[in-house]
Design a protein around this ligand. Structure first.
Ligand SMILES: Nc1nc2c(c(=O)[nH]1)N[C@H]1C(S)=C(S)[C@@H](COP(=O)(O)O)O[C@H]1N2
Ligand SMILES: [Mo]
Length: 203
């Protein structure tokens, strides 16, 4: 297939096996989203992260309370369904599994997560995917605070899926017993979204 963006292909020699089928590597960091970039005038007061659904009690994290949680670093490749990939991106934040330990106990019925964002963007991910060690609630990128365009003050980093499941401007985490489609998943994107299987669109 003819690829308009081929001039940006910088796949390092020997790294071809890290690039999923139909993707090209870019050194840029494209900004992709639906709607507009939310601006927080005073993030200490204008932002919180609510958690509800299949856990013993709902909870809410202020900015300060969230930032007090233990952090870790994840280096990973990202793959957008629009065909750009970026290798070795470095993120810091709270590991999702660490975050779960800071919550009231999950009910045994909790099997899926629906991430809720500003402007009603949502995406659905199986809980077992987010319990992997490289699933992150990310707030730093390459050593700097996330920029507004890339999701400040908090985004999800979902491992092993196209990048639309790495939801920006996260405001809520809902634990569910049944799977339910998120924003793009409802519009015909694939539910699993594995780039190695080219799960771009639902059949
Ligand atoms: N809240 C929100 N998160 C979102 C999106 C969106 O429209 N809204 N777009 C997704 C898509 S399609 C992609 S490719 C990535 C892009 O992230 P970036 O702009 O940091 O490259 O964000 C994902 N997260
Ligand atoms: Mo995307």
């Amino acid at each position: 297939m003819f690829n308009l963006n081929k001039q940006h292909d910088h796949t390092p020699a020997g790294e071809e096996d890290r690039v999923p089928p139909g993707q090209y590597v870019t050194d840029k960091f494209p900004v992709m989203h639906y709607g507009h970039v939310p601006i927080y005038r005073d993030v200490q007061h204008d932002w919180d992260l609510r958690v509800w659904g299949e856990l013993e009690a709902p909870v809410s994290f202020s900015f300060a309370k969230f930032r007090a949680l233990p952090t870790c670093e994840v280096v990973t490749d990202i793959h957008c369904v629009t065909r750009w990939s970026k290798l070795d991106t470095r993120w810091e934040g709270v590991r999702f599994s660490t975050f779960v330990q800071a919550l009231p106990p999950l009910k045994p019925t909790a099997r899926f997560v629906l991430a809720h964002c500003e402007q009603n963007y949502t995406t659905n991910v199986p809980l077992e995917v987010l319990m992997q060690p490289n699933a992150l609630l990310a707030y730093r990128y390459e050593g700097e605070e996330l920029t507004p365009e890339h999701g400040f003050p908090l985004r999800l980093l979902t491992p092993g899926t196209y990048f639309w499941k790495s939801a920006k401007w996260l405001r809520g985490i809902e634990f569910l017993s049944e799977d339910t489609s998120g924003f793009w998943e409802r519009y015909g994107y694939h539910n699993n979204a594995d780039p190695w299987k080219e799960e771009r669109y639902a059949e």
